[in-house]
Design a protein around this ligand. Structure first.
Ligand code: SF4
Length: 329
């Protein structure tokens, strides 16, 4: 199989098909660094189409790295509200403060220093290097992994580890248009070599693809630990007032307001007659019993929230989902 000219083919496709995304706007070099930083933090756990309005709103409210370093936490969280994984927003601000203090307001242009910044790991540092600094690096995200697995027809357990995939990344060859090329490959994965039903008919590299030749597009993945866990939430209510607590108990949604809850056995969940809901987090399916209790107990650190004023406090979508389903009880 010939890997030559892969970059030309993918870039040609990109130039004719790329999406208009707000962080791709033509801006100064300094602003490009800021746009890349914010968009890459937002994209860490969230899809492009969800991120777009949040990015536009965020940049409107906090247009510069300097502004971000000084922004009030309340404004920061408001601008992030609904995007989830709030630790990303906190790390983003910490990173801005550090860049201002230690790097004179400009992002460091090497992977080692980037990885010392809060919230920046292997993937994000490589994405920043390619996108903001035009370095010839191809960050291995889920899209890039999928394309590699298909074009090289990687099926065995040992062939789908990150290390192995990284060792095969030279399939893509390199381009002087490194920034465009990194974005082009990821975009190509998202729009053409899609997880289900890849659009091989529109694919510029189908002649380089073993899966296409074999007409077998299934993807091998490591078994994700998508655990099912069972919880019981206490919905304490008095007229329009509901009781929430700041979460210091569970590893997810740390410090965010949630209904008091505890983990329970599957058996208890199964035999409970109360209303139940399912909420999917990235690594866990939560099955939750909702117990309505018409009194307000004395609990430490409680937050009393009037249901008509849910907008006056920053609530994770997790809590909002429970709020909307209890109105139907
Ligand atoms: S031919 Fe199909 S499976 Fe192969 S890279 Fe192109 S879109 Fe993906």
């Amino acid at each position: 199989m010939n890997g030559k000219n892969i970059s030309k083919k993918i870039l040609y496709w990109y130039d004719n098909n790329k999406r208009v995304l707000p962080w791709r706007k033509k801006v100064s070099k300094k602003q490009r660094e800021y746009f890349t930083l914010v968009s890459e933090f937002m994209l860490q756990q969230t899809q492009v189409k969800t991120v777009i309005p949040y990015f536009i709103n965020f940049i409107k409210k906090i247009p510069s790295l300097k502004g971000l370093s000084k922004v009030k936490n309340q404004t920061l969280m408001r601008s992030w509200e609904g995007l989830g994984y709030y630790s990303r927003a906190k790390n983003l601000k910490k990173t801005a403060i550090k860049i201002l203090k230690e790097y004179n307001g400009r992002l460091p242009s090497n992977v080692e220093d980037l990885k010392k910044l809060p919230g920046i790991g292997d993937y994000t540092s490589r994405a920043i290097m390619a996108i903001a600094f035009n370095k010839k690096i191809i960050p291995l995200d889920g899209n890039v992994e999928r394309i590699l697995k298909r074009v090289l027809y990687l099926r065995k357990e040992e062939e789908i580890s990150k290390e192995y995939l990284n060792s095969k990344i030279h399939f893509f060859d390199l381009s002087n248009r490194a920034s465009d090329y990194a974005q082009a490959i990821m975009e190509f994965g998202a729009l053409v070599c899609k997880p289900n039903n890849p659009l091989c008919i529109k694919c510029p590299i189908s002649l380089n693809c073993i899966s296409f030749e074999k007409n077998d597009f299934t993807i091998k993945t490591k078994n994700k630990f998508n655990k099912i866990k069972y919880f019981e939430a206490q919905i304490y209510q008095n007229n329009d007032k509901y009781l929430l607590v700041r979460n210091d108990k569970f590893n997810f949604l740390k410090n965010m307001p949630i209904f008091p809850m505890n983990e329970v056995e599957k058996k208890k969940y199964k035999y409970s007659n109360s209303k139940k809901i399912n909420i999917k987090l990235s690594n866990m399916d939560m099955k939750i019993i909702l117990n309505k209790i018409y009194r307000l107990p004395n609990i430490k650190n409680k937050i009393l929230l009037d249901r008509t004023k849910t907008k006056s406090i920053i609530l994770p979508s997790f809590t909002k989902k429970i709020f909307s389903s209890i109105s139907k009880i």
